[in-house]
Design a protein around this ligand. Structure first.
Ligand code: NAG
Ligand code: NAG
Ligand code: NAG
Ligand code: NAG
Ligand code: NAG
Ligand code: NAG
Ligand code: NAG
Ligand code: NAG
Length: 788
């Protein structure tokens, strides 16, 4: 073999070289006789065999397998001429490296000295054959990205693939990896049924469709809404009972024009309507008509409410926003609109400043055909309650114990509008929470009721009821919709009528008696004297006080007059007490200081009228606003002014009690004395009893009077009134009817009237009082009382 011959030759050369050159093994001499390394790899032919490299080292050399080859030994390196051959390694089956050498989606292919990965569809190793396969991101991939899903699709990469998410109105039905394209809703067999209603023609556009309606029908400028019939006659001015409402006529004509243009196919195309602007115009136009004092008839109110409801129903579907809120000085409205092919569900909460509405979309949209939109609106009128503060005649059921209450509107008036055409019987009641105009809790005298404005122009309540009421709010639940408010049913205090009657009759009797007393005390000559003067002025004070009480105690308006009434009442009732004190003083003097029992009239007047005047003036200066309250024209109970009445009264009563006790004691002594002047003593006794009775009644009356103006219960009012009436009667009976002198004069007077023949005589004796009075009284003082 050639190989063995080579080996033999090599050995020969080596031996020769050694002998000749003397260099180390693996080295040889060059031209300059120096020993240099021999490159055995170049000198020898194929020292390592196929698929391997020969590597020269200093003085030696070795073999190494190429990458991807192996020779079966422990390492890649091996001895030349060892007989070993490097052979291809199968990377694909190599148990050490095999795991995921090409990834999960690649198949390993072994080749001589190497391998490559074959990737599944949707995976790549980007041309580098020996790397694992990974997902291709088709969406990010620059080259493919252009319109891979079309203009209306969004690419979504997934492992090994991608898909396109289409916008509404576009589809790639069947193959998710194809570009999105317009859906032709009009041709689409499944949806085609009445997509535009019976009076509409479907028009496909890129990504959507719209309905072209016949004359008289409209989609309110919306896409995807059925062609609905539009009745512009509800904005017609004909046949309206109150055409006097100028502002309403303008609104009606504006809304009618808008309605007509909506129902005209050439002007009502999609995108042309501007509901927001129209709504703004509507509420600006209603400002004037709603300003206070403009609406004065219930017909006018009904028409206005009706027009506003129809207008909102017309404008609502034209609005672009889901929620619209407009506030003007007279109104506050919130409108919620839902559009789309799917019937909306879920709760609705609408809120204006003093009212809120809770319902749901199912109620607002109704159960009938869904036209492609639904709306709910809450409209608060800020001043309408003044114009609607009447027409309560339908509320008979709120009678209580036969008493018919009086009603007030006690919240703002609100209108609830929904697109549901049948609002007369909702399948779920709506909740309306209304803020009261005044914070007030319900009581036996007052109830809150939820009422709606019946189209006949009266407040009604059937189908509406209050769920819950506190001082500030009432929650109303209603089964139908229109305009609502919370009313206040005021039940007059029980027996008020009776009390009024008793007061009137009692005070009238009292006034009559006092009148008689005054006349008697003035003209009856035989009883003139200090005591009669006192009685006279006590009666005058009581008479005027009662008269003012009867006429003015509850005339609280105007304020000035009420204050005057309170001042006069204070003065005259005070006067009654000061004169009563004088009576006590006089009795005391008559019994204890028998000798000088007369008092000069001037002193009497100064005390009897001066003291009350001083008290009133001082009170008026200290508390000028304390006279006249909201309920009564009397002294205010709040700021202590009432004590300028009760303080002096208490003092007077205490003093009088003292005088009376002393008087009674002295009287008793005199009765038991040795020779009592019985007739005079009996007279004084009668006077004393009268005075005590009078004081008791007057004192007691004002004890009740203290409660009367405070919490005004019926019993107190009755007692007060009856005691008050008793005063006059008591004075009349005790001082006039029971007095023999007076009786005689009465008899004489009556006989004069009945028998005119004796008139001449009477002229001399009793009548002609104006000339004889001062004389009489003076003589009375001398004759009558100084004797006692
Ligand atoms: C080495 O390779 C050559 C050419 O590829 C071939 O002809 C020869 O047989 C191979 N030698 C061995 C020992 O395989
Ligand atoms: C879906 O479309 C893509 C891209 O046009 C195509 O490669 C693929 O084969 C299609 N698949 C089916 C299931 O038709
Ligand atoms: C209106 O409501 C729809 C449905 O609830 C919602 O998808 C949309 O984003 C809303 N639009 C606005 C402007 O709030
Ligand atoms: C109305 O209020 C009542 C009682 O508070 C409640 O049970 C009902 O669910 C409410 N209805 C709506 C529509 O909110
Ligand atoms: C309604 O009228 C009554 C008297 O008739 C009045 O007291 C009340 O304040 C009025 N209410 C409104 C809201 O105008
Ligand atoms: C709401 O009611 C309260 C109390 O009646 C009132 O003070 C307030 O001004 C009202 N707000 C509006 C916007 O009407
Ligand atoms: C209005 O009142 C009348 C009579 O009270 C009644 O018959 C009618 O149903 C009411 N209208 C509404 C809408 O409730
Ligand atoms: C009264 O009721 C309303 C609504 O139900 C609530 O918001 C308010 O806090 C209540 N007021 C009081 C004083 O309880």
């Amino acid at each position: 073999m050639g190989f063995e011959k080579d080996l033999l030759l090599l050995g020969l050369v080596c031996l020769l070289g050694k002998c000749v050159s003397d260099c180390k093994f693996g080295y040889s001499k060059n031209e300059k006789e120096e020993c240099v390394d021999t490159d055995e790899c170049k000198e020898n032919l194929y020292p390592c065999g196929n698929n391997s490299n020969c590597l020269n080292t200093a003085g030696s050399y070795f073999c190494q397998c190429l990458s991807g080859f192996e020779h079966g030994g422990g390492s890649q390196d091996f001895e030349p001429f060892s007989g070993l051959q490097c052979q291809d390694r199968n990377e694909c089956t190599d148990t050490k490296n095999n795991k995921d050498i090409c990834g999960k989606k690649g198949t390993c292919q072994n080749v001589d000295g190497s391998y490559w990965c074959k990737c599944e569809e949707g995976y790549t190793n980007s041309g580098k054959n020996s790397t694992p396969c990974s997902d291709i991101n088709e969406c990010k991939d620059a080259e493919n990205n252009k319109d891979i899903c079309g203009k209306k699709g969004t690419c979504q990469n997934v492992d090994g693939s991608y898909w396109c998410k289409c916008e509404e109105g576009y589809t790639n039905s069947g193959n998710k990896s194809t570009p999105c394209s317009d859906i032709n809703e009009c041709r689409d067999a499944e949806n085609n049924k009445d997509i535009c209603g019976k009076k509409g023609t479907c028009q496909n556009v890129d990504g959507s469709y719209w309905c072209k309606c016949e004359e008289g029908y409209t989609t309110y400028g919306n896409e995807r809404t059925l062609c609905l019939e539009l009745d512009c006659d509800s904005f017609s001015e004909d046949g309206r009972p109150s055409q006097s409402l100028g502002g309403l006529a303008d609104i009606l004509s504006m809304m009618r024009n808008s309605c007509l243009s909506l129902s005209n196919p050439s002007t009502a195309a999609v995108g042309k309507v501007d509901g927001e602007a129209l709504l703004e115009k509507l509420f600006t136009a209603t400002e004037e008509i709603l300003s206070p004092g403009q609406l004065d008839s219930s017909d006018g109110v009904t028409e206005l409410l009706d027009t506003m409801e129809h207008s909102i129903l017309l404008i609502g579907p034209q609005l672009k926003a889901n929620r619209t809120k407009i506030e003007t000085t007279e109104t506050d409205v919130e409108i919620a609109v839902q559009k789309g092919n799917i019937r909306p569900t879920g709760p609705i909460h609408l809120m204006t400043e003093n009212a809120s509405l809770d319902t749901d979309w199912t109620t607002a949209a109704g159960m009938g055909t869904y036209p492609g939109f639904a709306l709910a609106a809450l409209l608060t009128y800020k001043n309408l309650e003044i114009s609607m503060n009447e027409s309560f005649e339908d509320l008979k059921e709120y009678k209580k114990d036969g008493v018919e209450p009086s009603f007030h509107v006690s919240s703002r008036v609100v209108s609830v509008v929904v697109s549901n055409p049948s609002t007369q019987k909702l399948n779920r009641a709506v909740n309306i929470t209304l803020r009261h105009l005044q914070d007030k809790v319900e009581s036996s005298e007052m109830r809150y009721i939820c009422a709606y404005w019946n189209e006949t122009g009266v407040w009604s309540t059937d189908g509406c009821s209050p769920q819950h009421s506190n001082a500030t709010h009432t929650l109303c639940t209603c089964e139908h919709l229109s305009s609502f408010a919370v009313l206040m049913a005021l039940y007059p205090m029980e027996h008020t009528f009776g009390l009024l009657l008793v007061t009137k009759i009692g005070l009238t009797i009292s006034l009559l008696c006092l009148m008689l007393c005054i006349l008697t005390f003035l003209f009856c000559r035989s009883i003139q004297g200090t005591r009669t003067t006192i009685h006279l002025h006590l009666c005058i004070c009581l008479f005027l006080a009662d008269l003012i009480f009867l006429a003015g105690i509850s005339r609280t308006k105007p304020e000035g007059a009420c204050r005057f009434v309170a001042v006069m009442l204070h003065f005259f009732f005070m006067g009654v007490f000061t004169w009563m004190l004088l009576e006590g003083v006089q009795l005391y003097r008559m019994v204890v200081l028998v000798f000088n029992a007369t008092i000069r009239p001037l002193y009497l007047y100064v005390t009897g009228y001066g003291a009350p005047l001083a008290i009133v003036i001082i009170s008026g200066i200290i508390r000028p606003t304390g006279y006249g309250t909201e309920k009564y024209c009397w002294l205010s109970l709040k700021d202590g002014l009432i004590w300028s009445f009760y303080g002096p009264i208490c003092l007077i009563i205490i003093l009088n009690v003292f005088f009376f006790i002393v008087t009674v004691w002295k009287l008793a002594q005199k009765f038991t004395s040795l020779n009592p002047d019985l007739s005079k003593l009996r007279k004084i006794k009668a006077f004393t009893v009268t005075a005590i009775a009078q004081m008791c009644i007057l004192g007691l009356m004002w004890v009740f009077g203290a409660f009367l103006f405070q919490e005004g219960t019926t019993i107190v009012a009755y007692v007060f009134t009856i005691l008050n009436s008793l005063q006059g009667a008591l004075i009349f009976i005790m001082h006039c009817l029971l007095s023999k002198q007076v009786r005689d004069e009465y008899a004489h007077f009556l006989s004069c009237i009945c028998t005119p023949q004796k008139k001449r005589y009477s002229d001399f004796s009793t009548t002609n009082p104006s000339s004889s009075q001062s004389q009489g009284s003076r003589s009375g003082q001398h004759t009558g009382e100084s004797q006692i």
